[in-house]
Design a protein around this ligand. Structure first.
Ligand code: FES
Length: 112
């Protein structure tokens, strides 16, 4: 049987945190979410405490630049953002932003 493989695409994400800019390199299917990419590559005190369950609100990021519209709000994301006092469309929970090739060139700022 001939298996078809999906093409692997390189993805570069710029992350601004504590006055520094980090250039994170990944590829399709290496990380599920932006939160896991950041969590695994940058020491960010208190970031992503619920490990992506969308409950803690410690993975807030502001989208500075993105090629396309961000993915739709994840389950309970909009409610949790409102509880955290965030109503700007550019502020999201990084754990609810799924990593795919449309993320290439994304620039975010960590808010927590
Ligand atoms: S990691 Fe807890 S809300 Fe995103």
């Amino acid at each position: 049987m001939n298996k078809q493989h999906l093409p692997v695409r390189d993805i570069t994400v710029l992350v601004n945190y504590a006055g520094e800019q980090y250039k994170l390199l990944t590829f399709t299917n290496e990380y599920r979410s932006l939160m896991m990419l950041i969590y695994d590559n940058i020491f960010t005190d208190g970031f992503g405490e619920c490990l992506g369950m969308g409950k803690c609100g410690t993975c807030l990021v502001e989208i500075i630049k993105m090629q396309t519209e961000p993915t739709a709000y994840g389950r309970n994301e909009e409610v949790n953002l409102l509880k955290a006092g965030q109503s700007k469309e550019t502020i999201r929970l990084a754990c609810q932003l799924l990593i795919d090739e449309k993320m290439d060139g994304l620039e975010v700022k960590i808010l927590t």
